[in-house]
Design a protein around this ligand. Structure first.
Ligand code: AMP
Length: 549
């Protein structure tokens, strides 16, 4: 099927050809024939990235008489970013329609400019609810002759608290207008709006209801709380060329994570509610133009972020519910592309993730955090890929070649390769050379003696004991603090005069030893070692018998 089949005006067909659209996306194939004649109300369940802007934009622009200054088409959306994006898209579709005027109305920008623009005639208005209400109350915008209202990302508008504004705006439009509602999910409150304002709407679903694009790979990593940021770095480093959106829960955390990333050498920026509008615009522009590779955002600030080709969504912290998870994750895998949604959880958050999985019907795959070696391998391969591309400036470099050959004559081919790769991946070699393994086992069931005997538990020596005035509870605390292991996983603890023993499930041994590398009790260096078995009984390792730091 092609766009010609829809009976669109020639000028619109030209506009979308200019945009490089060859064939309609699935949602466009379903929606456009239903609403092109402008006679039906419609509910479209679709994510951003499916091509829904054109699905409602083309039929709307088809119906508008741009010779008249009267407002006939209205699009409501939750954020300024989305508002600008929709206006930009509409202007592009209508670029061959003479006099096609599309006016954007949104908060945080000059009221006077928008007022002037609307006064000059606004056949189509794309607006956020708050600012539009202001303009209606000042009698600048008149919606009494509106024929089409689009509610885009309706669920987000509701969750941002715009219910009253939407009610108010719809009351200013005539009852015979057609309403087209688009939403990624269909919460109960939206069904209420639909029942109140729509008549026999056609319901169209692109993909499953309340589900997100199927081309998103969902992965989660289990981390120790105090290593959450380190784990984030590992994940980023494991994906050379990442173009990602990182979600935090609070403004402070967002700013903090972005600052750390910047000081660690990443091209990152934060976006949250405390930023001034010009700063917000600047950051978004930088991200859109890929001059920053990582955007760290709060949920609210990220609403309406509509940037193509985001490769990874990272839930640095889980959102509260499935709907937010869906919204966040849906910022990747747009327009038929694929993407990855990565979640970091600590062991206590496993239940919360399971709940979100149940609500959204997604399955998130557990993966072990990559080790330093895995990351280095990725970067070495990426460097090889870069270096085996055709050379840039081949002509300009030519005169230097004899001189360079002579300079490098003393180096063997292997030496040269070593040096080039070392210089390409210097930062990563330095950081990951001795980096400990920080992955946390997924399974964290309570310590079960019988199971431990079957699977095998391991006994460790620790150089603190009665002489340190220590009790079982404090040893357990110490182990949990450094290893991140929940206390219920610890097995038997035996305290002796200068040392003690404790048991943990076999799978945790590797982590445990690494995490105690720099451990201290007061000023004293704490040492942990695998206990040796002699004659079936565990003994303290010989050389550590009187280890004090
Ligand atoms: P949307 O869901 O409307 O935000 O669209 C997501 C992206 O897909 C935007 O970059 C659109 O320009 C692009 N797009 C929409 N429709 C098509 C199409 N039929 N062919 C190719 N790209 C499209």
């Amino acid at each position: 099927m092609s766009f010609e089949n829809f009976g669109l005006k020639k000028a619109l067909l030209k506009g979308i050809t200019d945009m490089g659209f060859e064939a309609p996306t699935p949602i466009q194939r379903k929606v456009i024939p239903e609403i092109i004649t402008g006679e039906t109300d419609m509910i479209g369940l679709a994510q951003t990235g499916t091509g829904k802007t054109a699905a409602f934009g083309l039929p709307l622009l088809q119906q508008i008489d741009f010779h008249s200054a009267v407002t006939r088409g209205l699009v409501l959306c939750p954020t300024r970013e989305l508002c600008l994006q929709i206006s930009r898209d509409f202007k592009a579709y209508a670029s061959h329609i003479a006099g096609a005027k599309i006016v954007s109305v949104y908060g945080g920008a000059s009221f006077r400019d928008q007022l002037r623009e609307v006064k000059q005639g606004a056949p189509v208005i794309v607006a956020t609810p708050g600012r539009l209400i202001d303009l209606i109350q000042r009698r600048v915008v008149d919606l009494s002759q509106v024929s089409f209202v689009v509610l885009d990302e309706a669920d987000e508008m509701l969750s941002m608290g715009f219910q009253e504004e939407i009610d108010d705006i719809l009351k200013h439009t005539p009852p015979h207008r057609k309403t087209w509602l688009f939403s990624a999910t269909m919460p109960h409150s939206l069904s209420g709006i639909a029942a109140k304002y729509m008549r026999n709407p056609v319901e169209i679903t692109a993909g499953a209801k309340n589900a997100m694009a199927g081309n998103i790979d969902h992965v989660h990593y289990v981390v120790r709380e105090k290593e959450r940021y380190l784990a984030l770095k590992r994940i980023i480093d494991f994906h050379p060329g990442i173009f990602g959106l990182i979600f935090c829960r609070t403004k402070n955390e967002t700013a903090e994570v972005a600052e750390k990333l910047i000081s660690d050498g990443y091209q990152a920026e934060a976006i949250h509610g405390d930023l001034s509008q010009p700063r917000r615009d600047y950051v978004m522009r930088q991200f859109r133009e890929r001059r920053i590779e990582l955007l760290v955002a709060t949920d609210v600030a990220a609403r309406g972020i509509d940037v193509d080709n985001i490769s990874h969504i990272i839930h640095f912290r889980l959102p509260d519910d499935g709907e937010n998870y869906t919204h966040r994750s849906g910022r990747t895998a747009r327009a038929g592309k694929s993407g990855t949604a990565i979640t970091l959880i600590n062991i206590k958050e496993k239940g919360k993730l399971a709940l979100i999985e149940r609500k959204t019907s997604i399955r998130s795959r557990y993966e072990k955090l990559p080790q330093g070696r895995d990351i280095l391998e990725k970067h070495v391969c990426a460097a090889v890929d870069r270096l085996t591309q055709p050379t840039e400036h081949p002509v300009e470099m030519e005169p230097f070649l004899p001189f360079l050959s002579e300079k490098f004559a003393s180096l063997t081919r292997e030496d040269l390769i070593r040096r080039i790769i070392a210089s390409e991946c210097d930062r990563f070699f330095k950081y990951y050379e001795n980096a400990p393994d920080i992955h946390v086992e997924k399974e964290s069931a309570p310590f079960n003696k019988k199971q431990a005997d079957q699977q095998g538990s391991q006994r460790f020596f620790i150089n603190v004991g009665e002489l340190d005035n220590i009790q079982k509870k404090s040893i357990s605390k110490l182990i949990c603090h450094y290893s991140g292991m929940p206390s219920h996983q610890l097995g038997k603890i035996e305290i002796y005069r200068a040392f003690s023993f404790f048991e943990v499930p076999r799978g945790s041994a590797e982590n445990l030893l690494t995490s105690f590398k720099h451990a201290k009790l007061g000023n004293r260096k704490v040492q942990v070692e695998l206990a040796e078995k002699r004659g079936g009984k565990n003994k303290k390792p010989k050389k550590k018998a009187s280890a004090k730091g």
